[in-house]
Design a protein around this ligand. Structure first.
Ligand code: F0G
Length: 532
């Protein structure tokens, strides 16, 4: 959930709007301290009020707020006077971080192919780096194709000049051309000009991205065009390349989009003494963006079968797969990458959130050697990316995840299962209120049934006004000291992304809170829901 301003809102409208939503739902509280799975408010008498945090920084604090070892490392770095800004020098810590990420990913994917790391400062920035890299690579592939077409044109011309090949009428009529008889050079020029024109038309097409319906990849100029939510995307359409959004579990939709959008470059050649025109597939698709487990779009798991279909489709058309693990990765679902459990292999990966250990703002884009273009490191950079502080903190995060034979991953799976069992229990007792429990590990969602027709005018109004999830979150906070949020693009779904330190007592506290909310919804007690 993130309500930044948009051009349509205007900056002076957006802020009050965000305040209204927070205040309307009773969520406009200040947290003064954070530790583990707990955020603290300050009461009027000066004491602290503990709130169990299931929002977890939108998935940024898998290891808990202010993990003592991460804090100690940060303090050590500052005490040592570690240079934070030493741009354009050797970055051994960044190399170590890249090597460690490779070691973990290699183990999980059972591969040895290196992934090159490009560092950034936020999730959206890592996505933008992937988008830019994929476009740089696509452009270089197009140029190589055009060079091959030009070379084929030269040898075809030589064959016609030497009389080894003729330009027969059918190849001309194929392109709506007619040439004077007896002048093969002129006929060839005519044909060449037509192919050049068509090739120029093809290469002038903007790149096209593929992304999943319900996906979220950020809100910067390019990444927001890959984010499905139209409210975020539409005002900025003209700023960047567009995506075609693919519905889940519909492989035929992939084929249809491909058939609609595919294109060819045309190349001259000689076959059996005749000039011919060959089609060379044009790489119009720049990349396919995939979240293995959609977060902001409502905690939706990509099915293994569709993951395989996407993989095969992209391999067949030569389109790189960008797996966005910004929220699902870093161990949250029980494996370092949520996609590895689905059997999905990325040509690119993006990681952020937990990579910064809850205190550094950092992200990374990883690109497979087969796609990597070394030119990218010159054309893409940021003053703040790859800084020593963030890299050292991220190394500490990886160390903590990997410690004790991967205890943190096992804990994410085990705590996630315990939380899910509880959520399932509540759903079983309130099937009229809860539609579905979804997710993996510590990335879980509870979808509530639509309450637009609730007998309670207050609940009905909240549901119709798009405030339903926020109202539930407000009640959970005020009434039960439990913090969660709806997923911003699927407002009936509450998200639960606590840290691996989640205790049974915290699960029990959430259970009591959810049972109360479900009872109030079932009984149409909107006044209580909104008041307490
Ligand atoms: N990709 C995914 C899968 C994300 O979940 C997010 C952010 C981003 C990219 C963008 O990262 O905010 O650091 O620029 N998700 C937040 C959410 C906003 O509500 O889940 P960012």
């Amino acid at each position: 959930m993130d309500h930044n301003t948009s051009a349509a809102d205007g900056p002076e409208l957006a802020e009050p709007y965000l305040r209204e939503v927070l205040a309307g739902a009773g969520l406009a509280v200040e947290y003064v301290r954070a530790e583990g799975n707990t955020l603290y408010q300050r009461a009027d008498d000066g004491s602290e009020i503990a709130v169990v945090d299931f929002a977890g920084g939108y998935g940024s604090v898998l290891l808990g707020h202010h993990h003592p070892e991460i804090v100690a490392r940060a303090q050590e770095l500052l005490a040592e006077g570690t240079p934070v800004h030493a741009q354009f020098s050797r970055h051994p810590y960044a190399n170590r971080l890249a090597a460690e990420l490779n070691r973990i990913i290699h183990r999980e994917l059972d591969t040895t192919e290196p992934y090159f790391a490009i560092f950034g400062n936020s999730g959206a920035e890592a996505v933008e780096a992937a988008v830019k890299h994929a476009e740089l690579d696509r452009g270089m592939r197009i140029r190589a194709l055009l060079d091959e077409c030009a070379e084929a044109g030269r040898s075809t011309r030589a064959a016609v000049a030497s009389g080894a090949a003729i330009v027969a009428e059918p190849v001309l009529t194929l392109f709506g051309l007619t040439a004077a008889e007896g002048d093969p050079a002129a006929a060839l020029s005519l044909l060449e000009a037509e192919l050049d024109r068509r090739n120029a038309e093809q290469t002038a097409r903007p790149p096209l991205f593929l992304a999943l319906e319900g996906g979220f990849h950020g809100k910067l100029a390019a990444s927001v065009q890959l984010t499905h939510n139209e409210g975020y995307r539409a005002p900025f359409k003209s700023l960047a390349a567009q995506a075609r959004f693919v519905p889940h579990n519909q492989p035929d939709a992939l084929k249809e989009i491909h058939a609609e959008e595919r294109g060819d470059l045309l190349e001259l050649g000689v076959a059996d003494g005749h000039v011919v025109v060959r089609e060379r597939g044009f790489p119009v698709f720049c990349a396919f963006l995939v979240e293995p487990l959609q977060g902001e779009g409502g905690i939706r798991v990509l099915s293994e079968e569709f993951a395989r279909e996407i993989q095969e489709f992209c391999a067949a058309i030569g389109c790189p797969v960008v797996i966005d693990e910004i929220q699902s990765g870093m161990g949250r679902t029980g494996t370092f990458l949520a996609s590895s459990a689905l059997g999905l292999r990325g040509d690119y990966y993006t990681l952020a959130k937990t990579l910064g250990g809850g205190i550094a703002k950092t992200s990374v884009m990883l690109v497979r050697e087969a796609y990597y273009r070394k030119e990218f490191e010159i054309v893409h950079s940021s003053t703040f990316a790859k800084d020593s502080f963030s890299c050292h903190i991220a190394l500490k995060v990886l160390e903590l995840l990997e410690a004790d034979g991967g205890l943190a991953y096992r804990r994410a799976a085990e705590r996630g299962a315990a939380l899910r069992t509880m959520l399932g229990r509540v759903q079983a007792d309130f099937p009229m209120v809860i539609e579905e429990v979804r997710g993996r590990g510590l990335m879980l969602g509870v979808e509530f049934r639509d309450q637009s027709d609730s007998p309670s005018p207050a609940i009905q109004g909240a549901a119709r006004g798009g405030m339903f999830g926020y109202v539930l979150a407000g009640h959970l906070l005020r009434g039960h000291r439990v913090r969660t949020f709806p997923t911003a693009s699927a407002l009936n779904t509450l998200r639960f992304e606590p840290s691996i330190g989640l205790t049974d007592a915290e699960i029990a506290q959430l259970e009591a809170a959810l049972r109360d909310v479900c009872t109030l919804l079932r009984d149409g007690k909107g006044d209580v829901l909104l008041a307490v």
